[in-house]
Design a protein around this ligand. Structure first.
Ligand code: SAM
Length: 284
């Protein structure tokens, strides 16, 4: 898929295969279990699209939980919101964090050293089920649901019910939801599953060049609905939070990302949901 200049780091961790490579088109690239996670050149499309629609929709996100997010770029974007007092990040694999800090430090841009950040190494599912704290925003940035992969039980009904229990009354959750084109059934299953749990649910997508696809995101909310905010609302909030240095996201983009191709819209309501007994998988 991508022309490789050189392999910089390769390791089989306790959890997954980790590679950092240098490519011709995207610069340094992090790969887990053979799948592109982030590249230096285009990572902002994914991380800004994942974080900012829900963070700006919440009127005062003070306490944020990130599940996954190994490279630290999701944490970085969360901490750009000055309302945030505490951001907890829970990733299963310390080796992804160590290698990202060493070879791809631009991705976290100092976020791990921020006093508001707290890193916990644990399985996200176990953490959520035993957590006694509540959060304003929960962001799920885990690897795709691959059969036997570490993320397979982080896309199920039981997982989203546990997430809902630890969200504050007006809290919002969002998850990356795979490719809307290459894995439409997986994307729409994640949407239907979250819809079973939350009254307000929505999905959006954005083009990620290095994934070579329109990428999907799904949110569930107990409070504000991100898609009810228009261009001017978003630009006003970004201005108030002094968040005008984004590379991708602004009010215009916010309005655009909720428009899905008609064919995908039609498929949103058709089909089943994902449960622990019958999880959804993205084709490898
Ligand atoms: N942008 C990404 C993509 O392409 O899907 C996700 C990026 S991020 C690197 C994925 C992180 O999820 C990895 O660091 C991985 O260790 C973590 N992860 C996978 N399964 C997990 C689990 N069960 N609990 C917590 N973290 C998990």
């Amino acid at each position: 898929m991508h022309g490789i200049k050189r392999i910089i780091f390769s390791k089989k961790s306790r959890v997954q295969y980790i590679d950092v490579i240098e490519t011709y088109d995207y610069g340094l690239m992090l790969i887990l279990d053979g799948k592109v996670q982030s590249t230096i050149r285009d990572e902002y499309f994914y991380h800004e699209a994942l974080v900012h629609p829900v963070m700006t929709a919440h009127p005062n996100p003070e306490k944020v939980l990130i599940i996954g997010g190994g490279e630290g770029a999701t944490l970085r974007e969360v901490l750009y919101h000055p309302t945030v007092k505490q951001a907890i990040m829970v990733d299963i694999d310390i080796d992804v964090i160590k290698c990202s800090k060493e070879y791809l430090p631009q991705l976290s841009n100092g976020a791990f050293e921020d006093k508001r950040a707290n890193l916990i190494i644990s399985d996200g599912r176990k953490f959520i089920e035993s957590c006694r704290e509540k959060f304003d925003v929960i962001i799920i940035d885990v690897t795709d649901p691959l059969e036997e992969g570490p993320g397979q039980f982080l896309y199920t009904l039981e997982f989203y019910e546990a997430i809902k229990n630890i969200l504050n009354d007006n809290g919002i959750m969002v998850t990356q939801a795979t490719s809307i084109y290459y894995s439409t059934y997986c994307f729409t299953t994640i949407y239907r599953t979250i819809k079973k749990v939350f009254e307000k649910v929505g999905c959006y997508s954005t083009w990620i060049p290095s994934y070579d696809s329109m990428w999907g995101f799904v949110y569930g909310s107990k409070g504000p609905d991100p898609k009810s905010l228009n261009k001017d609302d978003i630009d006003t909030i970004l201005n108030q939070r002094k968040l005008l240095n984004t590379n991708y996201y602004n009010g215009k983009i916010h309005e655009k990302i909720f428009i899905l191709p008609k064919e995908i819209e039609k498929q949103l309501e058709k089909g089943g949901i994902a449960t622990d007994k019958s999880p959804t998988f993205m084709p490898a």
